[in-house]
Design a protein around this ligand. Sequence first.
Ligand SMILES: *Cc1c(COP(=O)(O)O)cnc(C)c1O
Length: 401
Amino acid sequence: MQIPFSPPQISEDAIESVVETLRNGWITTGPKAKQFEENLTEYMGTEGTVCMNSATAALEMTLRLLGIGPGDEVITSAYTYTASASVIHHVGAEIVLVDTQKDSLEMDYNQLEDKITKNTKAIIPIDIAGQLCDYEKIFEIAERKQNLFSTQNKIHQILNRIAVIDDGAHSFGAQKNGVPSGRFADFTTFSFHAVKNLTTAEGGAVTWTKDYSQYGIDIAKIFEVAILHGQSKDALCKMQKGNWEYDIQELGYKFNMTDINAAIGIDQLDKYDDNLKRRKEIVEYYEAHLNPEYLETLKHFDNEKESSCHLFLTWIKGITEEQRNNIITRLAEEGIATNVHYKPLPLFTAYKNYGFDIKDFPNAFAHYQNELTLPLYPQMTDEEVGYVVKKVNQAVSEVLI
Ligand SMILES: *Cc1c(COP(=O)(O)O)cnc(C)c1O
């Protein structure tokens, strides 16, 4: 049996919709992208959403929207994908990393509070595997440190404290007490990369929770201009006969989402809740059948929270990094693709060169060294899930003998 890690699930409807888009004469950012944004906003119940060509672009543009740059510091977790941190560098600010908690993949909130200085302008928590972070606590900390905060940026002045930007690349569809991901932070960014729960092949979005229009600020418009060359009119608008003239209002970026990508996204969102149900079933099956003597698993549900079941993380008790890697090789030989989430950032060359040392992140390292992520995607059959369970239980028990 061959079990890939996370193949995309593209429906016949999506394929038809892409073909229709290719035939209808409008392939770049236009009505489909607008529709997808409206559908996302409605699904989450947020104030507005702008789609871009990646979550990385959405994170970077959110930092820029708030005027964050040289001289500023932004805090994120050492236990994440590089994009959560590299964007801080892209805007010219300083990356500040925080270790995880001992028993959780969330940031150590005490350390987070300690690392806040008068230069700290934003915190980027990551909803690892689709588990929402403790936003109440994060906002409490941001409020407690309000006296240190200052900004020249008009939009950031409205928040008047450190901004909380949720890297929700894993958490689309997660919820706490019925409130969906996207509604917890000031801004939340999502990734629609091919391996994510909801995909447009490549793509991302930012959504926000405050009504800035009461201050005369149109956040969507600011993002739209900034991600399309700083141009005053979008391509569709310029296409109208005789309407050629435009201004370049700023030296902008090129981060827009095409209608071809949006066509896939609209269909993915239509089918999202059904897919999430199937992801949950698979998670429950894994939880019930993986051998607890050898394996610990990340909890996806509690009384308040339900994750988006993006990734199934496990920890094999008492093994070394090398033994974990041997298990990955063995499973690959049995046709099962697995992964590791995450190798902490300070273990990578670029972050070492930046000045980080893994010794300062002992909890993140401990979570990493015996971690094994299993395949999880809605089109997995019961038979395939059963096969993974059997082979994983076998491999871990044999390595531990
Ligand atoms: C995938 C991912 C990103 C980046 O998403 P892109 O759409 O590829 O830019 C950022 N953060 C996390 C945690 C991710 O998993």
